[in-house]
Design a protein around this ligand. Sequence first.
Ligand code: NAG
Ligand code: NAG
Ligand code: NAG
Ligand code: NAG
Ligand code: NAG
Ligand code: NAG
Ligand code: NAG
Ligand code: NAG
Ligand code: NAG
Ligand code: NAG
Length: 608
Amino acid sequence: MASSFFFLLLLVALSSLSTADVHRTKLLRSPLISEPGSHNSSTVSPTLYFEVTKPIELPNTKPCSYLVLKHDFAYTYGKPPVLANYTPPSTCYSQEFAKIVLEWSATCKGRQYDRIFGVWLGGIELLRSCTAEPRATGIFWSVKKDITRYYSLLMKNGTLAVYLGNVVDSTYTGVYHVKLKIHFYPADDEHLVGGVGNSRNSVPGYGSNADLILPISRNLPLNDGLWFEIENATDVETKEFSVPLNVYRAVLEVYVSFHEDDEFWYGNLPNEYIQANNLTGVDGNGPFREVVVSLDGAVVGAVWPFTVVYTGGINPLLWRPITGIGSFDLPTYDIELTPFLAKILDGKLHEFGFSVTNALNVWYIDANLHLWLDDKSTKTAGELLTYNCMPLVLSSVLDFKGLDGKFLIGASRSISSSGWVQSSYGKITTTWKQEFNYSNVMVMGNDGNLQIINQLIHFNDSVDAKSPDSTIASIQVYRDFPFYLYSNYVDQGNGTFLSIANLTSTFNDVRHKDFGFKLSSSSLNNVQKGQGYMTVMNNLVVSGLGSTQQAYKYDGSVLCYFRNVSSSNYTVLYDDVVKKCGKGGAESPYASGVNRWWPSQTQKVYQM
Ligand SMILES: *[C@@H]1O[C@H](CO)[C@@H](O)[C@H](O)[C@H]1NC(C)=O
Ligand SMILES: *[C@@H]1O[C@H](CO)[C@@H](O)[C@H](O)[C@H]1NC(C)=O
Ligand SMILES: *[C@@H]1O[C@H](CO)[C@@H](O)[C@H](O)[C@H]1NC(C)=O
Ligand SMILES: *[C@@H]1O[C@H](CO)[C@@H](O)[C@H](O)[C@H]1NC(C)=O
Ligand SMILES: *[C@@H]1O[C@H](CO)[C@@H](O)[C@H](O)[C@H]1NC(C)=O
Ligand SMILES: *[C@@H]1O[C@H](CO)[C@@H](O)[C@H](O)[C@H]1NC(C)=O
Ligand SMILES: *[C@@H]1O[C@H](CO)[C@@H](O)[C@H](O)[C@H]1NC(C)=O
Ligand SMILES: *[C@@H]1O[C@H](CO)[C@@H](O)[C@H](O)[C@H]1NC(C)=O
Ligand SMILES: *[C@@H]1O[C@H](CO)[C@@H](O)[C@H](O)[C@H]1NC(C)=O
Ligand SMILES: *[C@@H]1O[C@H](CO)[C@@H](O)[C@H](O)[C@H]1NC(C)=O
């Protein structure tokens, strides 16, 4: 009895600490951070929160910068997205841009939860992100995202929409004061229009941005955002679309975030265990999830998502000020659709479907369809040559007695297709492959109060395109996402409990691109470790400590970037940045603070 009670407490606490979600009933159950000694907020300067990521490679030109939206998000929950008219940068000294950067900057003060938000232009999603949780003394943060890939969209008038569902009352006092800017960097000799290389001798469609992007999102105007909401394992959300007749390449870019009962899907328990222990109110369906994308009912690709932990997740003190990997700029996933073009080049309506294997409420999913058009012909043609979609292979070994035990869950899948498209560039044959592997070892102990998760996702994909003169373009992406979480809950005996959570989350991404004229490779190894404890009483974190260490190592063809940073109890302990490729990078003279990619707190960047 007692053990089930505390077990329930564990799950309730784990799943309600972070919300990034919408259900007010759950928000109310979440603990709030109380910071003793910080009540006289007028004397303390705000804290800068940041996500560790590499700087955007920019040309040496002066950007034309535009404020596209300014809004205070107070009681916006359930309201329509905030809209603004967007016009291209007609007043800029140049009309040819090598880089376009979206900058979100925000301040907040008081108490508030992490809120998921999205930014769309003409229904095309530009950014999926989560807000930082404020402090009594105030916080500020900014997110910069390279949006050059949306070049054709950004050169047209459109409606910009931001949905950030916030709730403000006497308890949740934080209002998000937001500015959204777009910076246009004109091209120079080295950095060509659209950030692309010289495209001579390449396979067309590679190394250039799409000519047209179609929104595969919910239609405007809506009350609750523009993403689709996947509520359960059988829910399939669909969108009809049609493409111009002269498309020769198509890529679907998928945006994914998970909330509420599936916010911590990697820690969800097997239903057999829940049933055997008569547990209720516990998030189940086990820890495996995959996003499945179908075209006219046939699976064309899948996404096994990275385990983003939002800024209130697991222990909110872990993410102050270094936020979780991907939390300020959620990763997106590309699915190559070119082999399937033959099926949709008929001017008729077709349908994309999104579903999530084992889903619990709720997943926010939408997509952008990037299309390359043949400007020398009005009609292209194609044929799907091969298509293989093996069913998901799932394995599960459950070994438990009462509330303690061990579960081994494994999964693998591969999807591949090939097809040709005939355009004025000739007959180009494209092959697309995805290979996935997954394992999750979960240990439950301490009468269900202890949970140790060891999960590993392998996510490979590749595109090969061959043109008639045998020029080949290829993209290979190897990703793996190891995730470790130790969490324990200890009853303190008088209505308080102690939560201890240590985690290691890793984002590895290796890419090889060969566009005929240009070979490039990059590798990213981004490792974040956190240790936290907190005492929770009556839904309030009365004391606690979070410490985070992160090592971000990126090696690209042009840029290398290494950052080693750590924080504890809101304070950055060390922060070393090295921007040098090759051996000896670590001994580079770039010292802590000298080459910082975020402003020091004395710069008062929050004064927007
Ligand atoms: C807060 O700080 C201000 C400025 O230093 C001071 O005037 C005020 O008395 C302080 N209030 C409290 C409650 O300590
Ligand atoms: C874009 O919007 C601007 C400002 O509202 C307007 O002057 C212009 O005519 C529009 N352009 C097009 C192509 O609709
Ligand atoms: C799953 O979600 C869909 C969409 O909300 C709903 O129509 C359906 O009834 C749900 N199915 C189950 C089994 O709950
Ligand atoms: C679960 O409920 C059933 C039926 O009420 C009961 O027989 C069983 O002992 C319960 N199991 C546990 C672990 O409480
Ligand atoms: C991904 O590719 C790497 C490198 O070729 C290979 O070692 C690994 O087994 C692949 N993973 C899967 C799931 O296919
Ligand atoms: C997938 O993972 C399992 C272990 O979980 C391993 O036995 C198998 O070799 C892996 N397959 C690939 C293709 O990596
Ligand atoms: C009760 O909780 C408070 C607050 O955490 C703690 O300081 C105290 O030691 C606890 N008392 C007992 C008897 O556990
Ligand atoms: C969690 O981290 C703390 C602080 O580094 C450490 O003392 C403790 O041993 C860790 N616990 C586990 C189970 O790793
Ligand atoms: C990061 O810096 C810390 C403290 O100087 C050091 O102990 C650690 O080894 C460094 N990590 C890496 C990956 O260089
Ligand atoms: C965290 O820092 C505050 C001062 O900002 C201090 O009062 C508190 O004791 C520190 N907490 C821990 C656990 O070290």
